[in-house]
Write a protein of this length. Structure first.
Length: 427
């Protein structure tokens, strides 16, 4: 038996080529974020925070870890498929699966004495295990708002109007907000006297977003012709107020719910958001705590919603304070992809200077520029990689000293210049 460890070779053997390094694997649904994207996501954070503040929403922060027993109050049967772990005492914890539930806990507890309406915002991460076999993010960066203590179309319209304003402020151009209402769907089922067993089949089809199964379940019922046709087609109905007219004509008992949604549309006109909103009775939400309007924002070239939201009037009571509430969450990664996809031209180089010698011979110059807010990426004197680095990382300027002058390349304009005062050349 050879005296060399397994995998080694003895003297005189041919050298073994080193294998190419492989990236360490990540858990399903996880990914790294590189510097350029991280900077753009931070800029989105700032833009959305500013938009929220313009409507009077103040930021709160909730912990990533919550007690499972508390979070499971959010819905009958508990939260279901979430990340669970244990603390040192054996108590079950969950990673925050969405932001609405912990914010509702916070408002019902810490802000229970607030006279309302309570307007809060957040920028946070939510964690949900991806479904088996589906490429879905396990970690989502979210920015959103919750309006607690105000019921009815006026509150719904404010939140949807803020969503439209926030997406527009972020620079999104081609987007639509689909507006549905789970209470309207319930009113249709009540008006058609659909039994609980049939409702269960319809709920299951809706939860899977299976329009064929929904239609089959509806057509299996013994319903009047007009009402039966409406129910079979309900999740496919999209358009303007005429959709509500059709529902009310077929099922008069749903008239009050249709009137509420019409009023919301009227108020959205005043918010300047009406053109972005489409009545879509197929809009659904994953969490069953929603009780009224539900909505999703879609952008061109992105196959998932960039934002979701709705009314959840019963959630606060599960945490000790019964107050109506409505809100939304923008998911930053799909919004970022949508913004990148709508740009026809490459992004301009961002402000910043790659300074040859900034690590040794030009430390003072680098310090002076940083003091006035100019990012300086320092290299050692004689480093020939400045232009390559600037192009790779997207910096605008490259500078190096030659004798008594600095030679500067402006990558935005392509101009090359020289002078004695570097600060004047890059500001």
């Amino acid at each position: 038996m050879s005296g060399f460890p397994q995998g080694d070779r003895g003297p005189g053997a041919e050298p073994t080529a080193l294998a190419e390094p492989e990236a360490a694997p990540l858990p399903a649904g996880a990914r790294d974020v590189l510097p350029a994207e991280a900077g753009e996501l931070r800029a989105l954070d700032h833009t959305l925070r500013t938009a929220f503040a313009g409507f009077g929403y103040r930021e709160v922060m909730t912990p990533v870890l919550e007690f499972a027993a508390v979070m499971d109050r959010a819905q009958e049967g508990g939260l279901g498929h979430v990340f669970r772990l244990f603390d040192e005492s054996g108590r079950v914890l969950v990673l925050r699966p969405d932001s609405t539930i912990p914010v509702s806990r916070l408002v019902a507890g810490r802000l229970a004495d607030h006279p309302g309406p309570v307007r809060v915002s957040y920028v946070a991460r939510a964690f949900r295990p991806p479904p088996p076999g589906r490429p879905q993010a396990a970690e989502q960066r979210q920015a959103g708002v919750e309006l607690v203590g105000s019921a009815g179309p006026a509150a719904d319209a404010e939140v949807i109007g803020l969503l439209r304003a926030s997406l527009a402020a972020a620079g999104l151009v081609d987007f639509r907000i689909g507006l549905g209402d789970v209470s309207l769907t319930a009113a249709v089922l009540d008006g058609l006297e659909v039994g609980e067993a049939a409702r269960g089949r319809l709920r299951a089809a809706a939860g899977m977003r299976n329009l064929v199964a929904w239609r089959r379940a509806a057509e299996s019922l013994d319903l009047p012709d007009e009402g039966g046709r409406l129910l079979a087609a309900l999740p496919t109905l999209r358009g303007g107020a005429e959709v509500l007219d059709r529902v009310e004509e077929a099922v008069p008992a749903a008239g009050a719910a249709c009137a509420r949604l019409r009023r919301t549309l009227d108020l959205l006109e005043a918010h300047g958001a009406r053109e972005a909103v489409l009545v879509d009775l197929g809009v659904l939400r994953d969490w069953p705590y929603y009780s009224g309007v539900v909505f999703e924002a879609y952008a061109a070239r992105v196959g998932v919603p960039v934002a979701v939201g709705g009314r959840y009037d019963g959630l606060g009571a599960r945490f000790g304070r019964d107050r109506p509430a409505v809100g939304f969450a923008i998911t930053l990664e799909p919004l970022h992809r949508a913004l990148a996809g709508q740009e026809d031209a490459p992004a301009a180089p961002r402000a910043g200077l790659v300074l040859v010698g900034g690590m040794d011979e030009e430390i003072g110059a680098a310090r002076d520029l940083r003091a006035i807010g100019v990012p300086v990426i320092a290299l050692e004197a004689g480093d020939a990689s400045a232009e390559t680095l600037a192009e790779s990382d997207g910096w605008r300027y490259v500078a190096r000293r030659e004798g008594e002058v600095y030679r500067v390349l402006d990558r935005l304009s392509g101009d090359r210049s020289e002078g004695r005062r570097l600060l004047e050349m890059v500001t």
